[in-house]
Design a binder for this molecule. Structure first.
Ligand code: SAH
Length: 225
């Protein structure tokens, strides 16, 4: 009887999404060089299993990208954490994300206390992400559009996070970055991309550096329902 009761949580899947499993992911990210405590705490509290299909929930706290439909992926937690801690270094209040996807990166940005604006070109993905934001009572502003145009009405932004790769940084997005702001984006073709960090310094000049090699889905043009 006791043994059966002990097994029950696993049988209904609670064990796969438990706090202990999330804590283990946070420890792994720490070992992989993520140092910012606010970022690590956001990874701990945002329920990543709610951003993917139930059939994949058992893998939600692995440090890996996972499919979310339409040929797209939820980003790897390490990449989400790395981009989040990179922008937090400039103490932003507002952030524009290009490529909502599942909504996970946006939720992590909201969890560290930022005002989040996010743009997605695939309507079906955006509708699902909006439902998740609502059910988590997260106040995240969303737009169905080609995010290569940014979201000029609410800019300039203190930070911009691009979660799909282009051959080069998009000038229109750089234009929507505030003075003192930071943009992070994967740059390169399929297979060989670099996570690039661009700063608009207080004197107006721009500097760039490479943070890490990464793999993202491509930044595409136009919109889909
Ligand atoms: N940040 C997402 C990652 C999703 S993958 C997450 O945490 O789940 C990248 C997303 O970028 C995909 O959903 C893709 O449809 C979207 N995307 C690609 N090109 C885009 C564009 N031009 N404008 C807006 N979104 C785009």
């Amino acid at each position: 009887m006791t043994a059966r009761l002990r097994l029950q949580p696993e049988a209904v899947g609670i064990g796969m999404t438990s706090q202990r499993v999330r804590d283990r992911l946070v420890e792994r990210l720490r070992e992989a060089g993520i140092v910012d405590e606010a970022t690590l705490n956001a990874i701990r509290v945002v329920p990543r299993h709610l951003f993917i299909d139930e059939a994949l929930a058992s893998r939600a706290y692995e440090d890996t990208a996972l499919p979310i439909g339409h040929g797209q992926t939820i980003s790897q937690p390490w990449v989400v954490a790395r981009m989040t801690e990179a922008i937090l270094q400039v103490a932003p209040k507002t952030v524009l994300e290009v490529g909502t996807g599942s909504g996970y990166q946006a939720a992590v940005l909201a969890a560290v206390g930022l005002e989040v604006f996010t743009v997605e070109r695939i309507g079906d993905l955006l509708r699902q992400a909006r439902k998740r934001f609502r059910s988590l009572a997260m106040n995240i502003r969303t737009k169905h559009d080609d995010g290569r145009a940014g979201w000029p009405e609410h800019g300039p932004y203190d930070a911009i996070v691009v979660t799909a790769a282009a051959p080069a940084l998009v000038d229109v997005l750089i234009d929507q970055l505030a003075v003192g702001g930071r943009l992070v984006a994967p740059v390169g073709g399929p297979g060989a991309q670099s996570l690039v960090q661009l700063d608009r310094l207080p004197d107006g000049s721009i500097t760039q550096s490479v943070l890490a090699p990464v793999t993202f889905v491509p930044l595409l043009s136009g919109m889909l329902d």
